[in-house]
Design a protein around this ligand. Structure first.
Ligand code: CUA
Length: 179
C-alpha cells in the first residue's frame, strides 16, 4: 500500500496496528513528554530567570522614592536635558522611571555590588531591555518589578524600550554605567 493509491481495504483503520507505527508513536510520545517536562525543569533550574519580585505601586509614591534617591545620590548631569546621573551606594534601592519617552535617571552602579533595581512606568506600558545583556522586563504602570542585581562586568550598557509606546518609542533609549 502506498499513499498515492487507495488502500486495498477501504476500512483500513480496523486493521491491526503495525509494529513500526507503534514504535514511531512511542518515540514521538516520549519526546513530547521530555519537551513538556523540560519547561518546568528549565524554569526552576535554568540560569536565565530573573530574580524579580512584583508589587503594586502608586506612581506618585514611586516617583517620590525615585526623586529622593536622585536628590541624595546625583553625581553629575548628562545631555542637554540635564538628566541626573545617580550613583547610589551598594545594597541600595535603585529606582528607574519609564515614561513617554525617556528613562529617568541614568544609573551608575559598581561592579560586584548588589542592588535592588525597581522598575515601573508612569503612564503606559514600556519594555526594559538591557543591551547587550538581553535582559528584558515588561514595565507596567501601577506595578513595580524589583530585581536583585549584581553587575559582573563594567562598561556602558544601553537601555532600550522594547515595547511600542507611541510616536517617540524609538527615542526612548538610555544607558546604565557600571564602574
Ligand atoms: Cu517606551 Cu517604547
Amino acid at each position: 500500500m502506498t499513499a498515492i493509491h487507495p488502500p486495498a481495504q477501504r476500512v483500513w483503520w480496523k486493521q491491526p496496528i503495525h509494529r513500526d507505527e507503534i514504535l514511531w508513536i512511542s518515540i514521538a510520545f516520549t519526546w513530547c513528554m521530555i519537551m513538556f517536562f523540560m519547561m518546568p525543569y528549565w524554569h526552576v533550574y535554568g540560569s536565565q530567570n530573573l530574580s524579580n519580585e512584583t508589587y503594586r505601586v502608586k506612581p506618585e509614591m514611586y516617583m517620590r522614592a525615585a526623586q529622593e534617591m536622585v536628590d541624595k545620590y546625583t553625581v553629575r548631569t548628562e545631555t542637554d536635558e540635564k538628566i541626573p546621573v545617580v550613583a547610589p551606594p551598594a545594597g541600595a534601592d535603585v529606582y528607574l522611571v519609564a515614561r513617554l519617552w525617556s528613562w529617568w535617571p541614568i544609573l551608575e552602579l559598581e561592579k560586584g555590588k548588589t542592588y535592588r533595581l525597581h522598575l515601573t512606568a508612569m503612564d503606559y506600558q514600556h519594555g526594559f531591555s538591557l543591551q547587550p545583556e538581553n535582559i528584558n522586563v515588561q514595565v507596567l504602570p501601577g506595578y513595580q518589578h524589583v530585581l536583585t542585581i549584581t553587575p559582573n562586568r563594567s562598561g556602558t550598557y544601553a537601555i532600550v524600550c522594547n515595547e511600542f509606546c507611541g510616536i517617540g518609542h524609538h527615542k526612548m533609549v538610555s544607558k546604565l554605567y557600571v564602574k
